[in-house]
Design a protein around this ligand. Structure first.
Ligand SMILES: [Zn+2]
Length: 280
């Protein structure tokens, strides 16, 4: 079977899964028509050539450019996050309908599919650039541009929501989760990318703390499990530019400052992550 065109892949998904969506304007149900979705009161959302949908009422600026997202993708695909993917594949049932909230350029959904996830996969992000890049992945997943505070999905339509290093909107997350569904939230620990922190902020700047985020999460959902992933990896010189461009940590620094950093850099990077699982 030849590879389908992106827009035909998008159509095939919507024909099968239209019931999972709801109109972000009037909150009525949607069905497939011609080139996309239409709600019962007539609001239309047509597929882009890349097979994606755009659900925003007005354009919201994302700070992630295509270049930054491309750097990020190379880091994600370098294997730096392989232990995280492995853990996620263990805790997410392979057939679970999965929503990646703040999916960026989509690499995690693709990696989960490669690790055996076979259920419905939908990713959304505010960044149109990220969503377009996501369609280049071979994954059998659907991608759309959507606002986290007004999700274009039906109540109870996903068995799991993945939220990796990305903001949350618990009210909407709880609404679109099935009654026994799970939120899987991945947070940075205090040593996440510590080498960048130390290299660029040598002063006595405080370490990052995820305490407030965890407090908010525990107030909104019942935490049923948390796992700590901590490891260090040596990254190759070719990936240095990708490392420096993937995190907002270093965006404010000049080329000279980055060069200075690289002169003293061992190439080791710390990944310190907490994976929380929450239910309603
Ligand atoms: Zn509508």
């Amino acid at each position: 079977m030849g590879r389908m065109k992106k827009i035909d892949r998008g159509k095939a998904f919507l024909v099968r899964e239209a019931d999972r969506f709801r109109c972000p304007v009037c909150h009525e149900g949607m069905h497939f028509r011609e080139n996309g979705l239409i709600c019962t009161t007539g609001h239309r959302f047509d597929l882009s050539k890349k097979g994606t949908l755009y659900f925003l009422k007005r354009h919201l600026e994302s700070e992630y450019t295509t270049t930054m997202l491309a750097h990020r993708r190379r880091m994600l695909q370098s294997g730096l996050y392989a232990p995280l993917v492995e853990h996620l594949a263990e805790i997410i049932a392979p057939e679970a309908a999965l929503l990646d909230a703040g999916c960026g350029e989509g690499s995690f959904l693709a990696a989960l599919e490669a690790a055996g996830h076979s259920g419905v996969k939908v990713g959304f992000d505010l960044s149109k650039e990220g969503i377009y890049l996501a369609t280049d992945l071979a994954a059998d997943a659907f991608f759309c541009v959507a606002d986290m505070t007004n999700l274009p999905f039906q109540t109870g339509s996903f068995a799991a929501i993945l939220n990796i290093l990305s903001p949350s909107h618990y009210q909407e997350f709880k609404r679109v989760l099935a009654p026994d569904g799970r939120l899987i939230k991945v947070l940075p620990g205090s040593d996440y990318l510590a080498e960048l922190r130390r290299g660029f902020f040598q002063d006595d700047r405080e370490n990052y703390s995820n305490e407030r985020v965890v407090q908010k999460l525990s107030a909104e959902m019942k935490i049923i499990e948390k796992t700590h992933l901590f490891y260090q990896q040596q990254i190759s010189n070719e990936l240095f530019p990708d490392l420096l461009a993937m995190s907002p940590l270093t965006w404010q620094f000049s080329a000279q400052e980055k060069e200075q950093f690289l002169k003293n850099y061992s190439g080791e990077i710390t990944i310190d992550l907490w994976i929380y699982q929450g239910v309603h």
